[in-house]
Write a protein that binds this ligand. Structure first.
Ligand SMILES: Nc1ncnc2c1ncn2[C@@H]1O[C@H](COP(=O)(O)OP(=O)(O)OP(=O)(O)O)[C@@H](O)[C@H]1O
Length: 256
């Protein structure tokens, strides 16, 4: 476990986070980890491990448990909520949860406009975000006329438009064809932000994230280099993680 990271360089610091849902189900049991600015980290773990529960604590959608979460040194609490929500951008698994305006441009402008951006500055922010995901030509289109993969890119743009400190992605490769999957990986690699990616797609984690956390039964069971964790058959079996048949984690050269 990596503890004690310099708070100035830590994008995210989770300390002793424990949480039970109102029905009494304990989903997290004292989770500790830090992510440095600019790192790309995969959050792996079997169904029901607590990944979504953890992610929903990163911008205060869930709260009320024990422990602390800090984003760029700011505690995720009521007092800092607006600033934290600007700094932590979550891309949900279903882009339709994030796109609700008549055009792509309006969807991407929504967050920055709500934060007070106007006029040329707002236009430039929207254009840059759409260019970063290769969707600038689609600005005037209704999101519901786009393919699933295009909608996922626009969902990423809505979050990038807020210039977040941390980009959190829930299953970013799900339902993408191989070309879209690779293109999204290229986009994510090109961004200058901290990335935390929840995924069951272990080859994708290996391609994109030098480091992984394995969350299992509400605790961090492992924290280390993705290539090493995925090559540890015993660890993988213990936490119900399976690579695709015939996939050799040692065969992948990680993109920088
Ligand atoms: N609203 C809720 N009320 C009670 N228990 C819940 C609630 N949401 C999730 N849980 C329970 O908390 C545990 C962790 O769920 P969570 O959704 O965080 O897991 P996950 O790792 O994201 O799983 P998956 O890979 O299936 O998405 C599970 O046992 C789940 O049943």
């Amino acid at each position: 476990m990596r503890g004690g990271m310099d708070p100035v360089t830590a994008s995210l610091e989770v300390t002793g986070l424990a949480f039970a849902y109102p029905d009494g189900h304990q989903a997290l049991f004292g989770v500790d980890f830090s992510i440095a600015r600019g790192e790309r980290v995969a959050l792996l773990g079997p169904n029901g491990a607590g990944k979504t529960t953890l992610v929903l604590h990163l911008n205060g959608i869930l709260s009320g448990g024990v422990g602390t979460v800090k984003v760029a040194g700011l505690p995720v609490d009521r007092k800092h909520m607006a600033e934290v929500r600007r700094r932590v951008g979550i891309v949900f698994q279903d882009p339709d949860d994030q796109l609700f305006m008549p055009t792509v441009r309006e969807d991407v402008a929504f967050g920055p406009a709500a934060a007070g951006l106007k006029g040329d500055e707002l236009e430039a922010r929207v254009r840059t975000a759409l260019e970063r995901v290769g969707m600038a030509d689609f600005a005037g289109r209704p999101p519901h006329h786009l393919s699933f993969g295009q909608r996922r890119r626009v969902a990423v743009a809505t979050v990038l438009a807020m210039e977040p400190e941390i980009l959190v992605l829930d299953e970013p490769s799900s339902n993408l064809d191989p070309a879209s999957r690779r293109e999204l990986a290229d986009i994510l690699r090109s961004l200058d932000v901290t990335v935390l990616m929840v995924t069951h797609d272990l080859p994708y984690a290996l391609e994109l994230c030098p480091r992984s956390l394995i969350l299992s039964e509400g605790t961090i069971a492992a924290d280390g280099r993705t290539a090493e964790l995925l090559a540890d058959d015993e660890l993988m079996r213990a936490h119900r993680l399976e690579l695709p048949f015939g996939f050799d984690p040692r065969s992948v050269t990680m993109g920088a």
